[in-house]
Write a protein that binds this ligand. Structure first.
Ligand SMILES: C[S@@+](CC[C@H](N)C(=O)[O-])C[C@H]1O[C@@H](n2cnc3c(N)ncnc32)[C@H](O)[C@@H]1O
Length: 261
């Protein structure tokens, strides 16, 4: 996956830089001042380039790289949880997906990647300063990937934008809620879920999970699964063998999936 509009460069330590390939010398955050068309355009995929003190390798503009190098403001959903949502919601080409809030679009990138050209992705976000970051990350992905869904962004809270949602989709195959207060959002959107469609809630603390569960049941949805996913990385031990790497074994959020059935 080579792209002319964007370049992804990886430092030896793994840090990822996503650079827009426009001409003219300018400051590229974390790399310095240079003209990307002069310095990076001649560098092929897999080739290296020295920028300042750094030796960087140009790699394809795939989801993991765009995700690692994305702009961030609001807390993002990790690939561990996003991938599980995509699988459990069962979304793919042709589906209509509603997502609130977009935040930095960490989760949106995973959703957009699987929907392809035939899908529709509607995002909702009340805070313009968050949406600006999220929409920029989606713009990068759209320009990097061969396929991208029809994307519509609505400014506002998901509880108050029902009329606008209807202009894009009568019903959604899946709804994802990553916001602080799930019950009002669930009450507002549950009826827009198609029969058999699923809603996913991302809940950093247990109280949110409990409230989301109650609200789903009150809205007539069947809770299919709630809990958390644990991820533990292993590496090579210095004296041979494999063992879990030292480092954080942290909590991201509790996840809940409920179905309209
Ligand atoms: C943690 S961030 C979402 C991060 C995003 N999932 C990601 O992976 O980058 C939560 C977002 O929900 C937005 N939000 C809060 N209340 C909302 C509501 N009622 N409707 C829609 N979005 C809301 C916040 O402004 C914030 O940007």
């Amino acid at each position: 996956m080579t792209n002319e509009a964007w370049a992804v460069l990886v430092e030896e330590e793994g840090k990822v830089h996503v650079v827009e390939m426009t001409s003219g010398s300018r400051k590229i955050k974390g790399l310095g001042v240079f003209d990307p068309m002069e310095l990076i355009a001649p560098v092929g995929i897999g080739q290296q380039v020295a920028i300042g003190q750094k030796l960087l390798t140009r790699v394809p503009t795939r989801l993991p790289e765009l995700n690692k190098g994305m702009l961030r403001r609001a807390q993002t959903v990790s690939s561990k949880d996003a991938g599980w949502f995509v699988a459990k919601l069962g979304i793919g080409p042709g589906d209509n997906v509603l997502e609130a809030g977009i935040g930095s679009a960490g989760l949106s990138l995973h959703i957009a990647r699987v929907l392809g050209n035939s899908g529709t992705h509607v995002t909702v976000e009340p805070r313009a300063e968050h949406a600006d970051i999220g929409l920029e990350n989606l713009r990068r992905a759209k320009e990097c990937w061969l396929e991208f869904p029809s994307h519509h962004h609505i400014e506002g809270t998901v509880e108050t934008v029902g009329d606008q949602l209807q202009t894009y989709c009568d019903e959604f195959d899946a709804i994802v809620l990553d916001l602080p207060d799930h019950p009002p959002a669930i009450r507002a959107v549950a009826s827009t879920l198609t029969y058999g469609g699923r809603i996913a809630c991302y809940c950093p603390v247990t109280q949110q999970l409990e409230h989301a569960w109650e609200a789903c049941e009150e809205a007539g949805l069947k809770v299919e699964w709630a809990g958390e996913l644990m991820e533990r990385q292993w590496g090579r031990a210095s004296k041979g063998g494999m063992r879990p790497v030292n480092g954080p074994f942290g909590h991201t959020a509790f996840l809940l999936i409920a179905q309209r059935c």
